[in-house]
Design a protein around this ligand. Structure first.
Ligand code: HPA
Length: 292
């Protein structure tokens, strides 16, 4: 009756996977981290690691993109139990949207309370430079406008309500904390805050599309994160998300620039250390009971 993808990745499948992981995982994670393109080194900051290849995890999707390793890493960060996805899933890989977001439900069942998502994105805001880090304060969900939302289909109340609120999707306290941590680390000149717009990809945007997105209020454009955010918020997980501005979206017909995946990966490598430092310091600061 319902498309198979809505129910195939439902509560029972997620529970079986989280039980399987918890039997072997060294820690029960409170923080979940998702590494974006070129940002896989974030997982390296975890101590006492236990690594699962996606291929070995029952019901877990497989990653196909160059620059995404496809490993789930458990460990501790400054003593705090974490789980880290090294490699995520995208609509353009051809997965059903419910499968892309299934890891957020597995996180929930593992006990995760805060999820930190990272991505590489094209800068639309003319003040942004390549290498800037944008704290996401809101999103524009273009696939959602066309009916492609990960919560479409029957709602399972064990995860959350039918019509979840999204006006508070990006946790204000965590954004504030990130700005404080960024200032302390001396990152203020490249730490921004803005609106992320998601498109389906895999083709990069045309000039007209970039101009439209910018006029609609988007500061950056990418092909991920928002679907995961929606599913994480649906189940009550607090969300913090960062975009690394890996290239400037082309907005001008006289420009010779062209968006390409190699540039995205190179920028990730160059800024990765600072991004890792920002995320690890942030995680250490949300360890107070008031925050978790
Ligand atoms: N557009 C869409 N997705 C992206 C971009 C971009 O310019 N850069 C990195 N991911």
């Amino acid at each position: 009756m319902f498309p198979e993808s809505c129910t195939d990745y439902g509560y029972e499948a997620c529970k079986a996977t989280s039980d399987w992981l918890l039997e072997q995982a060294p820690v029960r994670p409170l923080v979940g981290i998702v590494c974006g393109s070129g940002l896989g080194s974030l997982a390296g900051m975890l101590k006492d690691q236990k690594v699962f290849m996606y291929n070995d995890i029952p019901n877990f999707p497989q990653s196909t993109v160059h620059g995404h390793a496809g490993r789930l890493v458990f460990g501790t960060l400054k003593g705090k139990p974490c789980v880290c996805m090294q490699g995520r899933f995208h609509l353009y890989e051809g997965y059903p949207i419910h499968k892309i977001t299934m890891p957020m439900r597995i996180f929930k069942l593992l006990g995760v309370q805060v999820v930190i998502l990272t991505n590489a994105a094209g800068g639309l805001n003319q003040d942004y430079k390549v290498g800037d880090i944008m704290v996401i304060k809101d999103h524009i969900n273009f696939p959602g406008f066309a009916g492609n939302n990960p919560l479409c289909g029957p709602n399972d109340e064990r995860f959350g309500t039918r019509f979840p609120c999204m006006s508070d999707a990006y946790d204000r306290q965590l954004r504030q904390l990130a700005q404080e941590v960024g200032a302390e680390l001396g990152y203020s000149n490249f730490l921004k805050e803005g609106v992320y717009s998601v498109l389906g990809g895999p083709s990069f945007e045309t000039i007209a599309e970039c101009r439209m997105l910018n006029r609609m209020g988007a500061d950056a454009v990418g092909m991920s994160t928002v679907h995961e955010v929606i599913v994480a918020r649906h189940s009550g997980i607090r969300v913090f998300a960062l975009s690394l501005i890996s290239n400037k979206a082309v907005m001008d017909y006289t420009s010779e620039e062209k968006a390409n995946h190699e540039e995205v990966l190179e920028t990730g490598e160059q800024r990765a250390q600072q991004l890792v430092k920002l995320v690890s310091t942030l995680v250490s600061r949300i360890s107070q009971p008031a925050d978790l």
